[in-house]
Write a protein that binds this ligand. Sequence first.
Ligand code: KG4
Ligand code: ZN
Length: 337
Amino acid sequence: MKVLGIETSCDETAAAVVQDGRVLSSVVRSQVDLFEEFGGIVPEISSRRHLELIHTIVKQAIDRAGINIKEIDVIAVTKKPGLIGSLLVGYSYAKAIAYGLKKPLVGVDHLHAHIYSAEIGSRFKFPLLGLVVSGGHTAAFLVNDLEFKVVARTRDDAAGEALDKIAKKLNLGYPGGPVIEKMAKEGNPEAFEFPVVKLKDGSLDFSYSGLKSQASRIIDRETLEGKRLKDFLASFQKAIVDQLIERLDELVKIYNPAEVAITGGVSQNQHLRERAMEFAARRGLKLHLPEKWLCGDNAAMIAYLGEKMFGAGYTEDLYSSPLPRTEASKGVKQFQR
Ligand code: KG4
Ligand code: ZN
């Protein structure tokens, strides 16, 4: 079966073709150049850019897969969560193609797709504890095939958001994660102490706003330059990862999963990948990490999960309102059939 995937939930316009779980093509056009000067995404600008690009990106994905669009069996599109205007562009476009080609449409949850990006090339065993660590979300799911239960989520900032905001404050550009990772390589991660936040109610939810404020206060107090700046960034990056690994450890104790996956834009980070591998080895757990090109937003993961969902009978109503009343902009929600 050939599936066309479309992703426009945030600042990447992406399309891909997947056939029987194999990626035939994946095209991702990032909008980051548009947002460097703002230090973050401007939703209105993003949705307009999706509109300009979507047709070309889909055509490129079809061409690179070496197929004709009429050979597509199913269209899969990101339905939630994300920026509402951006989602609407991809969803409406996908719906129009589905209608025109008389093919089924599958609406995919972006976060569930991030988790399944780690299955491309390495099959999951369930129950699986899946972490999504990105610029918009930091959440842990207990996954059983196509059932996703949120077991922890951020109370405030996402991990990537904290990296992006600190990079912005230091005028290092957007997105912050890659530049921080690069500079942190030459820094001492023990130079600054950032304790892992424990929530007062004992919950295992994530929380990054306290860490971000502590880091901001240091930036306000000190002129960070040269080696000292690198030490600061190495310590801050380590603190972000410390919390992820500490929470993961607690969640594994509680839910006793068969396997673990760490996904999302921040999972490209080498320090996180190494710490996660150490953790998994220590606990004797199989760890799935997506290949780096599948960590950030892409449509291959949408098509991949869309194919599975279609196999299980999930399809969208083509005659519904433009974007059905989902929890599109409300963040993480459990998938509903
Ligand atoms: O998954 P993604 O592309 O988009 C969202 O769904 O948010 O994730 C983007 C986030 C940004 O916050 C960016 O700073 C972070 O991923 N990121 C990284 C790295 N590459 C991207 N964070 C740490 N290290 C990286 N190498
Ligand atoms: Zn994402």
